[in-house]
Design a protein around this ligand. Sequence first.
Ligand SMILES: *Cc1c(COP(=O)(O)O)cnc(C)c1O
Length: 488
Amino acid sequence: MLYLSTRGDPGRKHFCEILLEGLAPDGGLYLPERYPQVDAPLLARWRQAFNQGATGGYAALAFEVLSLYIDDIPAADLRALCQKTYTEAVYGTPQIVPLKKLEDPSAGSGQAGFFLEALSNGPTLAFKDMAMQLLGNLFEYELARRGEELNILGATSGDTGSAAEYAMCGKKGVRVFMLSPHGRMSPFQQAQMFSLMDENIHNIAIEGVFDDCQDIVKNVSNDLAFKRAHKIGTVNSINWARLLAQVVYYFAGYFQATTQDTERVSFTVPSGNFGNVCAGHVARQMGLPIEHLVVATNENDVLDEFFRTGVYRVRASADTHETSSPSMDISKASNFERFVFDLLGRNGLRVKALFGDALAREGRFELGADPAFADAATRYGFRSGKSTHENRLETIRDVFKRHGVMIDTHTADGVKVAREHRQPGVPMIVLETALPIKFAETIVEALGQQPHRPPQFDGIEDLPKRVRVMSASTSDVQAFVVEHCVRT
Ligand SMILES: *Cc1c(COP(=O)(O)O)cnc(C)c1O
């Protein structure tokens, strides 16, 4: 399988070449040349592999999916990497991504199931672990094979940074330098990141806001000489390997919600950068029988606006709302370009004109009048909706009262929007993207009680912390990186 750029560059690359890269050289994102097709016999074989507990399960399914896209890692090695990544020891459950059915006694017996797919049982209690844990193992494998090292520089407002650090801690050949806005993450998120004592993990708290952190990362990435000399890389959500890892749990959710491969299901996905739901799009393009892919946003409704109107309008950072589902507070959806590439018949020149020119010049583009726009709903099955802080509070209360299940604020965005898109006879699966303990303040506001805390996090706020506080200065951060990348 070869990979191409969404902006029309004629170059083609193998998986391991793009694994350690971010953007394609022309500024586009990587996608496979074509989506491998999963026909009925193959889908049946995957279902069987997934259901075969001890010898199969999630890790076996992950290997099946990944091996269609990766031809430059020997099969035995890839299988071992999947088995090492998706284990009960890491996820606390042998199913890795169990479905929870939200029974609704008031619905008629004909009502199809409504499910939560638990993607938040990994080390940092958010779905980003699902991909980042694999990325950590892939990076370690590939760097060792090349005899190289990598210094990952990132900016986080919470979930990405902790998922990256827990995936990379103790990994050979990798160092992580993670910038976060000083004093702005939730106490639980700060405790998660700053209590890591591994020597290859460096927390830098920047005196500023998230955008200041992101600007520093951008400045360093644009300093090509520095970047090359110090082997700077990233792990952001545009990395194709992260997206690929996420494709697996759409299949796993489908196999749990259905018994026959002819049944169709819909997914609702709490969305920010369009990474998670883009993996659903890939699964659907491979032939997984998905009826609708419902994009759920919060007040930052860039994506909902596009699917309703055909207008894609990037927000100024001053117009980005700080919400109670903060991991969806985005001003633009960095993976969206991948879907637009498919929507426009994979015309890289048009994508370049939209994302490289129009967006850079005017901060928006419009596809509403283009005949292709209707395909987003018809051919590609997309639906969308949004929710507000009040909606989240109501949904958290309602799900707790009726089902006895506590959901986090991002999942609540999903449940609220999913309820507006149910269809008779089609099971609806909402992706649970984090556990409530990560966003305790809003849970207390909704329910008047503290969320459940998994026992391994007891007292985490009291552990010693390892973090360097710094002013928002690119050169100070660069000096810190240089000082800490001396081989020991
Ligand atoms: C990152 C994140 C999201 C948004 O996912 P995207 O892939 O950016 O759309 C939603 N919920 C939680 C809890 C997250 O951490």
